[in-house]
Design a protein around this ligand. Structure first.
Ligand code: NAP
Ligand code: COA
Length: 271
């Protein structure tokens, strides 16, 4: 069930990096269910092929799976070229590819730090740049080309053991606003979606692996639960739809109030 009409993305082509992963596969499924033709891309072709088959089974769509590493600009240019060949252009880009592992700064090598910057921040830049010509054509054609960068809220408070991720996601947020400024005149909007803890995802399996740490985390969330992949996908759907045509440079936090947690007066404190 969707609160959006099921044809709102008909005629649109969406490219989704990290599309073989948990959250981004759901975004691709929701977009496909609303009429978009979707291209999913991440490194493992095998994982992508399974994801594309699942998306098509669920929606009757024609998802295309093209492997690429977001650190490799030429591979991304090939994704763009193949998308244009198969589907005729690109209207929507979701930058969701990311890497994460918890590590204290003292145990994080320069290469470990750099790797996450390269995947998250440079990868977002690389794919944004690679899609520019096609997004520009879409903006001129129908006035609503759109980019959504999947960011986080961890960086707002300097979350420990996440120096690499915090720096990368803060950079992505800066890039989101800059692209919004530079490309607004071309009718290319650029927004962010900042998930909090999302259930049944690789991100949370890495950051909160035990039942105990999960419960501890849960107790700090004002809405008292983890979010769902669907809730992130619906936020993305809103941001690429005509309903948000005047919104650009925004970062929509979808985290149950998680980052607002205040240890002194948190949701479980009593006065
Ligand atoms: P996930 O399932 O691990 O998805 C990450 C995706 O990125 C995978 O498809 C992975 O596929 C791809 N990827 C990794 N390195 C890549 C590279 N170098 N080139 C291309 N693709 C690459 O993780 P998730 O939990 O769904 O997270 C999705 C997004 O949400 C990320 O941007 C994450 O930062 C954000 N987020 C998640 C949460 C959460 O609670 N899960 C919270 C805040 C933000 P391959 O390994 O096959 O390349
Ligand atoms: N603690 C400290 N350093 C770590 C680490 C950990 N748990 N895991 C990886 N690293 C370091 C490695 O040690 C290496 O640096 P070094 O050679 O100086 O030791 C560096 O990170 C690169 O690791 P490598 O495995 O070569 O990189 P990769 O490109 O193959 O993989 C990762 C990238 C590390 C981010 C990997 O976890 C990944 O592919 N993740 C994708 C899925 C994911 O993270 N999902 C969650 C998204 S929110």
């Amino acid at each position: 069930m969707s609160i959006f009409k099921d044809d709102i993305l008909i005629g649109k082509v969406a490219v989704i990096t990290g599309g073989g992963g948990d959250i981004c596969k759901e975004i691709a499924t929701v977009f496909s269910a609303h009429g978009a033709r979707v291209v999913i891309t991440s490194r493992s072709q095998e994982r992508l092929d399974i994801a594309a088959a699942q998306i098509n089974d669920a929606t009757g769509g024609e998802a295309l799976a093209i492997a690429a590493d977001v650190r490799n600009y030429e591979e991304l240019q090939a994704v763009v070229a193949r998308t244009v060949e198969e589907f005729g252009g690109i209207d929507i880009l979701i930058n969701g590819a990311a890497g994460n592992f918890p590590a204290p700064i003292a145990a994080l090598s320069p290469k470990g730090f750099r790797t996450v910057i390269e995947i998250d921040l440079e990868g977002t830049y690389n794919m944004t740049r690679a899609c520019f010509d096609e997004l520009k054509k879409a903006g001129a054609d129908h006035g609503n080309a759109s980019i959504v960068n999947i960011t986080a809220t961890l960086q707002y408070v300097g979350t420990p053991f996440q120096a690499h991720v915090n720096a990368a996601k803060a950079g992505i947020d800066a890039l989101t606003r800059t692209v919004a400024n530079e490309w607004g005149a071309l009718n290319i909007r650029c927004n962010g979606v900042a998930p909090g803890p999302i259930d049944d995802t690789e991100g949370m399996r890495r950051l909160s692996p035990s039942a105990e740490s999960r419960q501890k985390y849960m107790n700090t969330i004002p809405l008292g639960r983890y979010g769902t992949k669907r809730e992130i996908s619906d936020a993305c759907l809103f941001l690429v739809s005509d309903a948000s045509r005047y919104t650009t440079g925004a970062i929509l936090v979808v985290d149950g109030g998680s980052w607002l947690y205040s240890p002194g007066l948190g949701p479980n404190a009593s006065i």
